[in-house]
Every structure is written in structure tokens, then in C-alpha cells.
Design a protein around this ligand. Sequence first.
Ligand SMILES: [Zn+2]
Length: 377
Amino acid sequence: MKASFKVLLIFFLCLIAGYTTYLASTSIKQQTTSRSTATPQVALDHEVEQVIEPSVTEVTIGMIGDILLHYPIYTYPDFTFAFDAVSEQMQSLDFLLANQESMPAGEQLGLSTYPSFNSPPHIIRDLQKSGVDFVTIANNHTLDKGEQQVLLTIQNLQSYNMPYTGAFASKEDQQKARIINVEDIAVGILAYTYGTNTYVTSHPDGKDYLVSYLDEAKITADVKALRSQVDFIVLSLHWGEEYNTAHNEQQQQLAKNLFAAGADAIFGHHPHVLQPFEWIEDKPVFYSLGNFYSAQPWAGTNVGGIARLTLRKTVTANQSTTETVDAHFLPTTAVRDVYNGHVDAPAFRVMPLQQYGNQMGWDNAYVEQHIGLPTWH
Ligand SMILES: [Zn+2]
């Protein structure tokens, strides 16, 4: 009895196992049949997807902070010597922005230092020679000498074929989207300032194209209008508290909101000193890039640097995405030095901070730790 029961049990188990296998194979067959008969192109798409590799492009973009031509800097007939020690790094970026804070309207309005700046146009030529591809001109000094200064500065920028944004010659000029193709990555650039010293937060005669004020609703609308035309949106924001080495909560909240609206990276400036870098989710914010080139004498105000982001665009059959995959910062310093052998004439030039050493308590290791990013070379 025991033996026959075992045989019976094994027989039933085999029967169940066999039936289960039959069910499984049938359902796979049914699935396969329904895929291949109902939608034959699915199999074709599948084959095509396997053949086409995603195309990947990587580029580097970056920004240098404030260019503020105080006395005696604005008297120099040539500025290339001032950037020589860092021009190789500046030129190595695929796309480099600079914040031209003192407006280069030229001799016509009289060259001048703080508090009402006016700079010589050849600063544009020499920044361009040193690797700058684009300037932002939305700053608190944009309207130091009024509308005429904006118009003359823009004429000078155009004569050097230097693209710009943040201040405009007309409504039409303002409405032209600023899109730069960095290899096959279309980068859109927008720039805003918290205010202007002369007109505070209003425009002369209501000419609201003359300078772009930092207004969240306006920036959000601009970002949304640009979004579908580009792969990546850079915001240049002139904001924050002067001489404060930390950003504030309002800036952080605004950065979050602008990223949510569709911006991809923020380069901030105005405080004249460096402030920490931060990733907000996967989007980079440099709260303040400090002064790149100025004659301000205080600790920290002689230290700036070159921010560098690596962007990666990945295109597959179905979609295209562009993201920031890493961030670096090269600390620099504006040092007094002799110019053209005139030992009695102080001349200012920019050097890598690592090479210069300690600038009034700021050295390379301190800046790396303060910014929170490694140096690049
Ligand atoms: Zn400023």
C-alpha cells in the first residue's frame, strides 16, 4: 500500500508540474504571438534601438566674476598683460562668460572710477583675446552714466563682436534670445541685477529694456519662453550682500524656484568676495564668484576665480537630455605688480592663487574649502 501510494503521489506531482509548464509556455507563446502579430513594428523598433548608440557630447562652460576697472586700472592702454597668467585656462573652456560690471562706454563720456564708473572699450578686446566669449552687463553700475552709457557700451560690444545680455539698446534688442551653440549644445543666457545705483529699481523714462532687474516673475517668464529653444539655460545673477562671505536664505529659495521654472545653472556675483558653491538637487549654483579684476584693497576682494562646469548632452532615438556632470573652481587673485617695467607705476594683473600663495589670509586651500569645489588647472 505504501509503495503504491508513493507511485500515485509521484504521478500526480508529475501531472501538476507538467500542466504548470504547459500553462507557462502557452502564456509566453501567446505574449510573443500577440507582440509580433498585432504590432510588427515593435520588433523593428527594438532592432533599430539596438543598432543606434546614444550620442554623447561633453563641453565645458564657465564664468569669471566682476570686472571693475577702478583707478588706475582704467588708464591702462592694454589689458592683455593683466590676464596673461590665466589666459591659457580661460581659453581652455569651450564657452566662457564674464561679468563686465564697469560699463565700457569709452572716452566720449569721460573715463572714471568708483562711484560712477566708465571704462575704456579695449577691455572688451582684451577679454576676448584672453578667452572670454560673452559678457553680462546687468549690474548695479549699468546706469551709472545713464542711457547714453548703455547705448555706447553696446555699440562698442558690437564693434568687437562680443555677445552680451542683461542690458539692451532697444526693445527689439531685448527680445532677441541669446543662444550660443557650444558644439551641439544650445546654451541660452539670461542676466539680471537686484538694482542700479542711480535709478535703484526703475528705468529712466520707463525704458525697461535698458537693464534687466531681478524679478522672480520676470525671470520665470523669460526662462519658460527660452526653454523649448535650448538645451541648457544659464542665469547670471547680480545679487547678494556685499562683503559677506555667505549667501542668504532668500537667495537659496530663489535659486530653487528658478531651477523649478526650468533654469539649469546659476552664476552669481556682486558681493566682491567668494561665497560657497552648492548643488540644488543636480543643478549648480555659484552664489558669488567674487572680483576677477579690480583694484579693491580689502582681504577677499582681490580673490576670485574661474568657475567651470562640464555639461553632457545625451541624445537617444526618443529624447535629448543635457545635465551638469561636474563642477570645479580655479581660484585666482588680482595682484599689484609692475607694469611694462615702470617700477613706480602700480599695475594690476590676475594670477592663479596657488601660484601667488597667500593673499591677505586667502590661499588656495582655504578657497577650495570655502567654495567647496576642487581646483582645476
Ligand atoms: Zn555690483
